[in-house]
Design a protein around this ligand. Sequence first.
Ligand SMILES: [Zn+2]
Length: 236
Amino acid sequence: MATELLFRDDAYLRSTSARVSAVHERGIELDRTLFYPQGGGQVGDTGVLTRANGERIGVVDTRKGDAHDSVLHLLQDDAPRPEVGEPLTLAIDWERRHALMRLHTALHVLSCVVVAPVTGGNIAPDKARLDFDIDMNLLDAAKIERETNALIARGIATETAWISDEELDARPELVKTMSVQPPRGAGRVRLLRIPGIDLQPCGGTHVANIGEIGAIRVLKIRSEGRRNRRVEIALM
Ligand SMILES: [Zn+2]
């Protein structure tokens, strides 16, 4: 069953109400959610569901379900299972999510500082990384840090836009990530635009203004296989 994905239009929504639409062994589905399911390199949200009687149910992870736009909320092991149709109050672990948003947007900025094909990426609450197909001696941690932070300091507002699958096919240069192709088949693809800096398909959650990232530091740069050079960053 498709879930209304509230984080797509408002990544800053921390709490809302919803109804249980399905209960599975692995987790539950809701008619609407603000929990981001793991995808595009960004880990799934955690948080709490509160029942009408005040009972709290921990969400330990969020994953995509089998159906398009369906979301599975994975509950803590010993939690009571809510019933289909039951109303719940949803709250995400906001500090964790906000760190993910800052780091995810930071990777988009980083991808414009290191100009090379992106072969992979991951965003966790404490650090994020991009893998590039590039020569190791072209990567200078201090320079990458300086240039990324200079772009962040420009404080530019981010925008989301949607284009059709056909438009995206006509503009292959938009897709920087070779290993993570944007999801197609739904007829349209979501883009994140940082005006003057970056434009690429992305379904993740982002800060409204890159200034909100603050600043980043490069934790390490290392070789991960013959073609992969991994650049790992954290927030200052
Ligand atoms: Zn992204």
